[in-house]
Design a protein around this ligand. Structure first.
Ligand SMILES: Cc1ncc(C[n+]2csc(CCOP(=O)(O)OP(=O)(O)O)c2C)c(N)n1
Ligand SMILES: [Mg+2]
Length: 257
């Protein structure tokens, strides 16, 4: 294998992949013990995407995780304890028990915008964050993620169009795990490659093996560098889903406030 990363970078990626998997395993245990309030959208099997993409960001950059991006939170510096407490809606959780799942952020220190339930809405929100950074003269990049199902929402297209026309320093990661709940991707997108969606907005897109953390990282790093310079690029990950992620996700109604 071509040596592209430093030893420390390989070790970091390995560390966060292991940490992410350990957290996912624990979350499944908590779910089965009935301790998770609301649904659990497990990232089991998709760790390389969250870890590889978030690792391409710097401390000053901003992210907003979607439902399968606990790994991105860990890379940004969120403690596993907070992830567990939040999902159990404990008083001592980041939102003081007022919400569950991954509905929390950290605007002051970690530059994490709290996700919302409506799939796709984070695209214009994070485009706004990217533009705000530019207006303030900060050299930041904003990143968020979307699933194959979420890429069929209206706001996905509105948001991406807006981000493209503004040349916002924004990177969107499209995670194609081939399913949106019980709907297979072929029944909701008439494209072989979801990355082709970017063509409609004049954005370059790349397909990356979402199980290869080094490939994900190096591609994301390039996307982040290009976004920072205002060129239009997009990244799309294709992953093979493992475990019973969707079963866990849909086994209970998703509670939001
Ligand atoms: C606009 C909107 N429609 C429906 C839902 C309910 N919902 C939550 S997760 C999900 C499946 C999303 O599938 P996909 O985007 O492929 O992401 P994955 O679950 O595979 O990671 C749905 C339909 C929602 N949260 N927002
Ligand atoms: Mg999906």
């Amino acid at each position: 294998m071509k040596k592209e990363l430093t030893r420390q970078q390989y070790l970091d990626l390995y560390y966060y992949m292991r940490l992410n998997r350990a957290v996912e395993d624990m979350m499944v245990k908590l779910f089965r013990q009935n301790k998770i309030v609301g649904g659990l959208y497990s990232s089991l099997g998709q760790e390389a995407i969250s870890v590889g993409t978030a690792y391409a960001l710097e401390k000053k950059d901003w992210l907003a995780p979607m439902i399968r991006n606990i790994g991105a939170l860990l890379v940004k510096g969120v403690r596993p304890r907070d992830v567990f407490m939040q999902h159990m809606a404990k008083y001592d959780s980041p939102t003081k028990g007022k919400d569950g799942t991954s509905h929390f952020g950290d605007l002051d220190n970690l530059h994490i915008v709290s996700p919302i339930s409506m799939l796709g809405d984070l695209i214009p929100v994070m485009t706004g964050v990217a533009m705000a950074g530019r207006y303030l003269g900060q050299k930041i990049v904003a990143m968020t993620w979307i699933g194959d199902g979420g890429s069929s929402t209206g706001v996905f297209h509105e948001g991406l169009n807006f981000a493209a026309v503004q040349k916002a320093p924004f990177v969107l990661i499209l995670e194609n795990n081939l399913w949106a709940y019980s709907t297979p991707v072929r029944k909701q997108v008439p494209l072989e490659n979801l990355a082709d969606r970017a063509k409609a907005y004049g954005i370059d897109s790349y397909i990356v093996d979402g199980n290869d953390v080094v490939a994900v990282y190096t591609t994301a790093k390039e996307a982040v560098a290009r976004a920072a310079h205002g060129s239009r690029a997009a990244r799309s990950g294709r992953v093979r889903a493992e475990g019973d992620a969707r079963v866990l996700g849909s086994a209970r109604p998703h509670r939001t406030l």
